[in-house]
Each structure stands twice: as C-alpha cells, then as structure tokens.
Design a protein around this ligand. Structure first.
Ligand SMILES: [Zn+2]
Length: 451
C-alpha cells in the first residue's frame, strides 16, 4: 500500500514536466509555492534555480534585478519583495476627521536611488477660499513621497548586495529628499481604542474607523507586511494629561471602545517629518501614538454604461473623488448594500464638519424618473445639472452634513438626488439646504502611474 502511494505521488508530482510544474507554481501564492517545493529534494532543487526567483519577481513587474542594486533575483525577492510587497496598493489612515491615503508601488528608479518600493501620500489641494476658489470638479491629488524601501547606496558601494547574509532592505523617510534618514514601519495588533472629542459642550465619541457596519472599503484579503509585529498596547502609552474643564479649542483623546479594529500598519521617522506632513486639522490631537493605516480596497469594475441593460447600481462600487465645496476634493468608497437596496458612499478622507468613516450619502434603488420628482426637486436638479438631467439615471436619497466638529446637535441629513451621467461620472444634488448646489464625483481609477 505504501509502495502504491509513493508511486502515485511520484507519478502525480515529481514526474511532471518542468512546464507543468511552472503552471502549478504560478497558480500558488508565494508561501504555498515555497512550501510545495520544500516537500521533497527533487522539487527543492528548483528553488536553487535563479529562474524560479525571477518568476516570482515578475509577478511584481520586476524584469531586471540590477536596477534595484542587486545581482540576483533571489536576493531581491527574499529581502525586499517577500517582506514588503504586501504594502503594494492603497492604505486608509484613521487620522481623526481628515483621514489620509497612502499608496505603495514598485518603482524602477527613485531620484538618485536605485529601484525599490515607494510609499506616497495623496495630498489634496487646500482651497484659497478668500479668492472664491471652489472648483466644481474634483481634483486629482498630489503624490508626496514619504517612504522609500530598497538597498542603500552604502551597501551597493561596498558590494555587499549579493551576500544574502549581509543584505537587508532599508527603510528611509524621504519627506525631505536632501536629508534622507531612517524611518520605522510597524505592524500593530488589533485594538479597541477609539477617539473622543472633548469640547466645552461635553464629550462626544468620534466615529470609529473602520466601523464594522461601514467597512466595505476595508480589504480583508490583503496581507500585512512580513515584519515583526509590535506588542504596542494601550497600557504602554504615556499617561494622558488631565482634561481641561472648558477647553478653548476642541481636543481629541484616545479612549477604550467596544469596537475592535483589525491589525494595521504605522509609519514614524526619527525627525518627525512624517507626522508633520499629515493633513492639517484645526483641533488639538493629543493621541500619543501614530495613526493606523488599513488596507483600502481598490477595484475598478468593468465599465458599463448607465444606458445599458446590463448596468446595475453595483456597477458604481469602488473609490470615487468628489468635490465638497469649500473642503475641496475628498475620497469616498461607494458600496452596494443588497439588504438595504441602497448605494452608500463612506468617506475615506473627510473634513472638520463631516469626518472620515461617515456615510456621506445614501441613495435608494430603484431609480426615479425625472417626472416622478416633485416640482422643487425638478427645479433643483435642472439648475444644478442643466439639460443633462434628462440623460441621467436618478436615485433619491439622503446625505450627511454638519457644523464644525460633527457634534450630535450640529448634524443634519438633507434629502439629495444622485444623478448618474456616465460610466465614471455622477453628481449629488443637495436639497433642503437653502440653496441648490451639487457635488460632482469621478471614478478614481487610481493607482499612480509615472508620467
Ligand atoms: Zn522624516
């Protein structure tokens, strides 16, 4: 029986041609591929083949290891791509009110540095309100480099880069390109900490991020970078200063909540420039630890015209950039909720009125005909959308607005009409707000590309 099984295994795996083995390895995730090849000495020899490592590197668009300062694909993969490739893609920061988006990508060259992995922050333009600067269309962000991960020039000069025992990828803060210095990437454990807003009117919980009910944006399939987890616990945080009874400005403090947040990453640098480059917030934030970043889902579904029979509200799922009047451009994740039969736009970046993590608007199916809108709604839609209104697919719904601070007493939920005008464009017409105005949205096809 044992002999039969052994023969069967040999026939099934070891006896396969090299091409078939390649196809099997191709279909496995990296860990499984390495485990598979470790099952017997015959297969293990494949791991000594530089072709195998080149193949794994090609999954990340890396055709040439020398551009990264190393001469073997094995060194490149084991020291850079294996530990850090889970970073590739988008990350949503839990910064109170503003949120923040980071994007990691592989670059063949970075300034005077060889290739590596670069992490850039999406910085949206701050409007100059005194000059009436309120663009109607959303604007694409500026990409601000924060992190570079690769092999240092020193290693290259010393010729150490192929000695696997001496080689390790370095992490540098590149906020100030002239003063490159070390930064730290941490994988943080789950936490139940949240944030409270302390005001002279009382204390109010800040929306959790991610909120389990509103986390369609959270990419639970993405792995975290393969670096040592930190055991950063709330008990290790420095004690908070006592709360002032009547603070002059709103203050933010971490507090325990019932809402558990998953593992996350955090970035810090020794000079504090990563912290200084965060989006501006006019409130005092006393959190003694850096913001947490979570994997942000980014999918661009096949474009289906709203006039097509195969179009459905789920065709709108994904990231969108929207114009939020004086707050400028913000990013929302649109998800289709089958149970509620509604489209919900959750803010990934927010502002001092309506923060990140909050439903910006919710539009209910089925679509409404223009003729079914009441006279006021028709008038508002026509003023905002002009003649295009008759070509749009319309949905009724409600949005979220607030005075500064998102205090419960300052929130209100005006009616709105969502108007889908094309595959990648839609508008929200805000009603009941005293004057008609619209927010326009364009699909965020991401990810950053070199010019
Ligand atoms: Zn720095």
């Amino acid at each position: 029986m044992i002999e039969k099984t052994s023969r069967l295994e040999q026939a099934a795996i070891v006896g396969l041609s090299y091409d078939i083995l390649v196809q099997i390895i191709d279909s496995l995730v990296v860990n499984d591929a390495v485990h598979f090849l470790s099952t017997c000495s015959s297969l293990h020899t494949i791991m000594k083949d530089e072709w195998f490592w080149k193949h794994l590197c090609s999954h990340h668009g890396v055709p040439d290891a020398t551009a990264f300062g190393v001469h073997s694909f094995r060194a490149l993969f084991t020291t850079l791509l294996y530990p850090y490739s889970p970073l590739l893609g988008l990350w949503a920061g839990d910064h109170p009110f503003t949120g923040n988006i980071l994007e990691f990508r592989v670059v063949p060259r970075f300034g005077k540095q060889p290739g590596g992995i670069v992490g850039e922050m999406w910085r949206f333009r701050v409007l100059e309100l005194e000059s009436g600067d309120e663009p109607e269309a959303p604007e694409t962000p500026e990409f601000v480099p924060l992190v570079w991960i690769g092999f240092s020039q020193q290693d290259l000069v010393r010729g150490r880069t192929d000695a696997a025992t001496a080689l390790s990828a370095q992490l540098f803060c590149c906020v100030d390109a002239t003063r490159k210095h070390a930064m730290e990437l941490k994988v943080l454990p789950e936490t139940a900490l949240g944030t409270i807003l302390h005001t002279r009117h009382g204390q109010f919980m800040h929306p959790d991020f991610p909120d389990p009910e509103l986390s369609a944006w959270l990419d639970t399939c993405r792995a975290l970078p393969r670096v040592t987890d930190t055991s950063l616990k709330s008990a290790h945080y420095p004690p908070l200063s006592p709360l002032r009874s009547r603070p002059r400005v709103f203050e933010l403090f971490p507090v325990p909540t019932d809402c558990w947040k998953p593992r996350a990453i955090a970035l810090t640098c020794e000079r504090g420039c990563i912290k200084a480059s965060q989006p501006f917030l006019g409130f005092k934030n006393d959190a003694p630890f850096p913001p947490r970043y979570y994997p942000l889902r980014h999918c661009v579904p096949r474009g289906i015209s709203p006039s097509s029979d195969s179009w459905s509200p789920a065709s709108l799922c994904g990231l969108w950039l929207g114009s939020y009047s004086s707050h400028g451009t913000e990013c929302v994740f649109v998800g289709w909720d089958e149970t509620r039969r509604s489209l919900r736009a959750v803010k990934i970046t927010g502002d001092e009125n309506v923060p990140r993590g909050v439903v910006s608007w919710e539009a209910r199916a089925p679509p409404a005909d223009f003729a079914s809108l009441d006279a006021n709604e028709q008038q508002s839609c026509s003023r905002v959308l002009g003649g295009d209104v008759h070509r749009c697919l319309l949905f009724r719904g409600a949005g979220t607005m607030s005075s500064r601070g998102f205090l419960p007493s300052g929130r209100y939920f005006p009616s709105m009409v969502l108007a889908i005008s094309s595959i990648d464009e839609m508008n929200v017409v805000w009603l009941d707000t005293g004057a008609e105005w619209g927010s326009s949205f364009v699909r965020c096809k991401g990810c950053r590309r070199d010019p």
